[in-house]
Design a protein around this ligand. Structure first.
Ligand code: CUA
Length: 329
């Protein structure tokens, strides 16, 4: 019976910890910065646990074993060491360790970030992400709602906002950083494990804040270079009738598609949209039904979205545009 006292908390802890793995967990790091943050977390949990045990031990001691009054000298020593020296030393060590992690998290200021081998500019918008890849001497590559990065390389991020405060956070790769209108914040991330991670917006930014996420895909450096080179060229073999319907209905005044007349800057860039993992900023699978839902009833999919509904269009026209977009690989 007594064993249950230990077994039940152990089982509960196992269940809780099992939930710590996965695509959006700070405790399952896939990057150097996330690893540092996870180590700090565990250091604090263990340190806090030890202090808790000492306090509980002292409580048990005074209530169960030594209930009489202590001498004034003992009480004074106890307060000096337990109440002043120990907290000052403990907290100072913790602060020093926490601060020592910061240079590795922020090694690039804005000026040097401009010349980084790879800089990814991410702009938070209600309720999606504008993503621009910058490499020295090359044309920027514009995308949206998906961030890809090479494994084992330090990548500079320039974080901005177009409207209200959003927050950029890939829990598996590193700490979060606010995106503030009128400011550029810098962050550096180095992924250590390939894979697909989920990144939610981490600052309340309006009705659809909870529907604003993106996929962070970490690739082998060669695959990444190939992918980025392919993204700097327009899609091939696109459906001409669909492209025509897209332009005829004015989609191109808000959305850009590389290699076409569509060059709108208001909404997400749709070049190669068919090859993204999700649609609608991390909320829908990338399939025909999702395109149709987003074109016909965007406000139902994502309340507060700025895109007007096109449910007045004939169904066939919507399907034609949807098939065209899905084919932009
Ligand atoms: Cu963007 Cu919350």
């Amino acid at each position: 019976m007594r064993g249950a006292i230990f077994i039940i908390p152990a089982l509960a802890a196992m269940l809780v910890l099992a939930g710590c793995a996965g695509v959006q967990s700070t405790l399952d790091p896939g990057g150097r910065e996330a690893d540092a943050v996870a180590k700090l977390f565990w250091g604090m949990v263990i340190g806090g646990g030890v202090i808790w045990l000492i306090v509980m031990g002292a409580l048990l001691y005074t209530t169960q074993f030594k209930r009489g009054a202590h001498s004034e000298e003992t009480a004074g020593r106890f307060i000096l060491w337990g109440g002043a020296v120990f907290p000052v030393v403990g907290l100072t060590l913790l602060l020093a360790y926490g601060l020592s992690l910061m240079p590795s998290l922020r090694p690039w200021d804005r000026e040097t970030a401009e010349g980084a081998p790879l800089r990814i500019e991410v702009v938070g918008e209600q309720f999606w992400w504008r993503v621009i890849y910058h490499r020295p001497g090359e044309e920027p590559v514009v995308s949206a709602n998906e961030v890809r990065l090479p494994v084992g390389e330090r990548v500079a991020f320039s974080l901005k906002s177009a409207d209200v405060i959003h927050s950029f956070w890939i829990p598996s790769l590193g700490g979060k950083m606010d995106m503030i209108p009128g400011r550029t914040n810098s962050l550096t991330l180095e992924a250590t494990r390939t894979g697909t991670y989920r990144a939610p917006c981490a600052e309340f930014c309006g009705t659809s804040h909870a529907l604003m996420a993106f996929s962070a895909i970490v690739m082998e450096p060669d695959d990444f270079d190939q992918w980025l080179d392919a993204r700097s060229r327009p899609s091939e073999g696109v459906d001409a009738a669909g492209a025509d319907a897209f332009l005829r209905n004015g989609c191109g005044s808000c959305h850009a598609v590389a290699g076409t007349e569509a060059d709108g800057q208001v909404g997400p860039d749709l070049s190669h949209v068919g090859s993204r993992e999700t649609l609608g900023a991390g909320i829908l699978p990338n399939d025909l039904d999702s395109y149709i839902a987003l074109i016909a009833n965007p406000d139902t999919v994502k309340p507060g979205i700025r895109m007007p509904a096109f449910h007045g269009l004939p169904e066939e026209e919507i399907s034609t545009i949807a098939r065209y977009l899905e084919g932009l690989k």
